[in-house]
Design a protein around this ligand. Structure first.
Ligand code: NAD
Length: 275
């Protein structure tokens, strides 16, 4: 492709795999993350394998930090052609302890047990900011390079939660619904200046963020982990590599008339009613 591609959150599990896949196709890749060491590690791996990458530290919630990152990227690789908004995640303070509220939960409250009424606005705000503002701000900064140029596009990372919320995580579900909605809004807004905007909605991938919710210490699945497998017709968790084909398609010329779509990559989870 020979494009300059910025991926936020690319020190993490899913977007580091996407960064490596873009590099293998001959693109120049900026691995952007809050954790500079993680970004550098991914960039080093790409460069050792013969690709072209730089690790860049930036906070997707601070415009000045993104502007400074853009300067480094422009100096190294020229104008940005493609942005993948991968930084995102949940916060425990925006998560309930149980899927359902029972009257007894209020009567016999134990230390640390969180119902809907105990959700902390800071946890909710953290999650909304990271996923939604953390998609909007990098777009404001990097898409200025794309206006009026051929082959430029943006890929956001939504989630299964955006279609139907998962129990326990109202903030993350709402924030990812906002990312899907914004993907459509931006696709329309940018349609006259040649920038396509699409999103992936990954299903369930075992990563550091959710491993303790989905697996026990001995590696077996928790009840929630098993429920997910039972609800996934293909009967397994996703692997980061499962995102690569759709990513290269959406970001490449084969999708040049595709904009405003959110594609589930979920082993059939979203299609299955459970019966
Ligand atoms: P991850 O935690 O491995 O990676 C996220 C990365 O974002 C981390 O490297 C982290 O340092 C970085 N980050 C966090 N805050 C940042 C900030 N303010 N500025 C810059 N970087 C920041 O997570 P992952 O599993 O690779 O998830 C990647 C994306 O995919 C996220 O948006 C996540 O919500 C989404 N997603 C994940 C799953 C899953 O099952 N893992 C499913 C659906 C969607």
């Amino acid at each position: 492709m020979n494009k300059t591609i910025v991926l936020t959150g690319a020190g993490g599990v899913l977007c580091s795999t996407l960064a490596m896949a873009f590099a293998k196709q001959g693109n120049k890749v900026a691995v952007l993350d809050l954790r500079k060491d993680a970004a550098d590690k991914v960039a080093d791996e790409i460069n050792k394998a013969g690709g072209q990458a730089i690790g860049v530290a930036a906070n997707v919630l601070e415009k000045d930090s993104l502007l400074a990152a853009k300067k480094v990227i422009n100096d190294a690789f020229g104008k940005v052609d493609i942005l993948v908004n991968g930084a995102g995640g949940n916060h425990p303070l925006g998560t309930t302890s149980n899927p359902y509220l029972e009257a007894a939960d209020l009567a016999n409250k134990t230390e640390g047990f969180k119902t809907f009424f105990d959700l902390d606005v800071n946890g909710i705000q953290f999650t909304f900011n990271l996923n939604f503002i953390g998609t909007l701000l990098p777009t404001q900064v990097f898409a200025t390079d794309m206006v009026g140029r051929e082959g430029c596009n943006i890929l956001n990372i939504s989630s299964m939660n955006a279609f139907t919320p998962l129990t326990k995580i109202p903030a993350y579900s709402g924030a990812k619904a906002a990312v899907s909605n914004f993907t459509q809004w931006l696709a329309v807004h940018f349609s006259k200046v040649g920038i396509r905007v699409n999103a992936l909605a990954p299903g369930f991938f075992l990563t550091d963020q959710n491993r303790s919710l989905l697996t026990n210490a001995d590696g077996s699945l928790t009840q929630r982990g098993q429920q997910i497998i039972d609800q996934t017709p293909m009967g397994r968790y996703g692997k980061a590599e499962d995102l690569v084909g759709t990513t290269l398609f959406l970001c490449g010329d084969g999708a040049k008339f595709v904009t405003g779509v959110v594609i589930p990559i979920d082993g059939g989870f979203a299609a299955y009613s459970g019966v």
